[in-house]
Design a binder for this molecule. Structure first.
Ligand code: GLN
Length: 527
């Protein structure tokens, strides 16, 4: 029988529920269990694809083309399990399913209600992995007490009743604030939040207490008494220099054994400590390189979360700390803002803002032989830069940015023009790409055929291949011989730009080949 762990959050948002949930999942995985994760987001958007990065950070893309919450990136990086649309749910997608069913007459004339119709649909989203996985960790977004998350918590309550206490447990992530003037840690908000959770019928088995200070045993006992959770299940989650250190912190507090016992799990192996040792060693390195991420959301680091994490993970594998310099291509002076960095990334994006700055950044990387990786819009800007500055097509542009350009080197393909719904017009998810033997891409991936995730509408316009190849910008990756996927300059230590999003596929000990290559090239540039 598959087991389920719900993660809820109390007191405030941004407690790192996703990281705590991923850490628990990782600890069980390190004991040989098969673990997957599910995210439930209480907002009404059907998916976060149409949400501004200002509201929600980056949109994470799964292999089957779901546009998802960035927490799925954390799950995938911790577990190395490729996410799909089954890992992500929003209130909007749940209501959409229920309403579509109602319109089709599937409810046989009954009144459609939150209980049981919406909660039944939610419960069906908890179980897609029960056949193939020993444990599913289910993160309920939002904060307990919010109106919006109520149907999800109600569904969890029902689910626990149906599946039985032995098969379902609840972990509540909460905050223990430190009041500086009193010099004290305060447990009251946690008490209230647990009371709130009980009111709606869920009892926490474990409390993950986020705190800036150590939680003395005395304090753990107090929380235990007031919240009616055994003292050994009151877990301290102190701020850590690297999120990947959190699983070992939990392990040292015996959380893994506690969960295994509570759910009657049968671990298949011992934790060999390799993963712990890798992340611990990586957290200690002192050598540093600086890589710039040149985009329009420089102040909003969550907008480039997976790019930053991929750099971090590539650094971890190469024994170096990668410092990221976020450069705003709209407001910073370029190239001045890029001076002194050992590598440059121009990431993906939509719309005109900041594009001219991105093109200048690419010119600077090309001319000054600075290791460069262009991603999606970054690749499209690379093509525009070559067209304008090397092929002499002065007004070359993407039709997304200038629909009237005489030289549309980036344009929308015919079949995409016919799709009308926002969010529905994109090339999304995995597409295969053939690599040219001997190219930089081929040397990095060490494969002829790769699968990478996409999220874009526009493409390199093959009408311009001849003119652009003459500039030295060579296509080394193709989708079915029709769509260019990768471009490179040969006479450059490391210059590669890709139409897909490589940043979604990195994990500790498995850095993505493109980020690994960039970090290695940047390290060489530093010498
Ligand atoms: N805006 C571009 C397109 O839609 C690039 C998208 C991206 O960078 N993700 O094609």
């Amino acid at each position: 029988m598959s087991k389920f762990i719900f993660i809820t959050g109390g007191v405030v948002s941004s407690l790192g529920k996703g990281i705590s949930g991923s850490s628990i999942a990782k600890l069980l995985q390190l004991r040989g269990l098969k673990v997957n994760m599910v995210k439930c987001d209480p907002y009404i958007n059907v998916d976060p694809g149409t949400l501004s990065p200002y509201q929600h950070g980056e949109v994470y893309v799964t292999k089957d083309g779901a546009e998802a919450d960035l927490d799925l990136g954390t799950y995938e990086r911790f577990l190395g399990v490729e996410m799909t649309h089954h890992n992500t749910n929003t209130a909007g997608s749940i209501y959409q399913t229920v309403i579509n069913r109602e319109r089709k007459g599937d409810y046989n004339g009954t009144t459609v209600q939150v209980i049981p119709h919406v909660t039944n649909e939610i419960k069906s989203r908890f179980i897609p992995f029960e056949k193939d996985f020993d444990v599913t960790v289910i993160e309920i977004g939002g904060t307990v007490g919010d109106m919006e998350s109520l149907p999800f918590i109600e569904a969890a309550r029902q689910f626990k009743l149906e599946r039985g206490w032995n098969n379902v447990m609840c972990v509540h992530a909460t905050l223990i604030p430190y009041i500086a003037s009193a010099g004290e840690l305060k447990t009251k908000p946690t008490q209230h939040s647990v009371t709130k959770l009980r009111e709606i019928g869920l009892e926490p088995d474990v409390l993950i207490c986020r705190s800036e200070h150590p939680l003395p045993q005395k304090m753990k006992k107090k929380i235990s008494l007031f919240c009616s959770v055994p003292v050994e299940a009151v877990i301290e989650a102190r701020d850590v220099p690297s999120i990947y250190l959190l699983p070992e912190n939990f392990e040292q507090q015996n959380l893994t054994d506690l969960i295994i016992k509570r759910l009657g799990l049968k671990p298949k192996t011992k934790n060999d400590g390799k993963w712990f040792n890798f992340v611990k060693k990586a957290a200690k390195v002192s050598k540093e390189i600086t890589i710039a991420i040149a985009g329009k959301y420089a102040e909003l680091h969550d907008a480039y979360k997976s790019v930053a994490e991929s750099l971090n993970l590539a650094g971890m594998s190469n024994g170096v700390k990668v410092k990221i310099k976020y450069v705003n291509t709209e407001t910073d002076t370029i190239p001045a803002a890029l001076k002194g960095v050992q590598g440059i990334i121009v990431p993906g994006g939509f719309g005109k803002r900041g594009v001219e700055g991105k093109i200048k950044a690419i010119k600077y990387a090309r001319e000054n032989k600075i290791p460069f990786l262009g991603i999606c819009l970054g690749m499209q800007c690379t093509v525009i830069e070559a067209a304008r500055n090397l092929a002499g097509l002065k007004d070359a542009d993407s039709t997304e940015l200038n629909p009237k350009t005489k030289h549309p080197v980036i344009a929308m393909m015919e079949e995409q023009k016919t799709v009308k719904l926002l969010g529905g017009t994109m090339r999304l998810g995995n597409y295969p790409c053939n690599l040219e033997k001997g190219s930089l891409a081929h040397r990095l991936y060490k494969k002829n055929l790769i699968l990478e995730r996409h999220r874009h509408r526009y493409e390199y316009n093959t009408e311009f291949v001849k003119e652009l190849e003459a500039t030295g910008l060579h296509i080394t990756g193709w989708h079915k011989n029709t769509l260019p996927e990768i471009v490179e300059y040969k006479d450059h230590p490391f210059f590669i730009a890709v139409q897909f999003h490589p940043e979604f596929k990195s994990s500790p000990m498995n850095p993505h080949p493109l980020f690994d290559g960039l970090v290695k090239a940047a390290l060489k540039a530093k010498k």
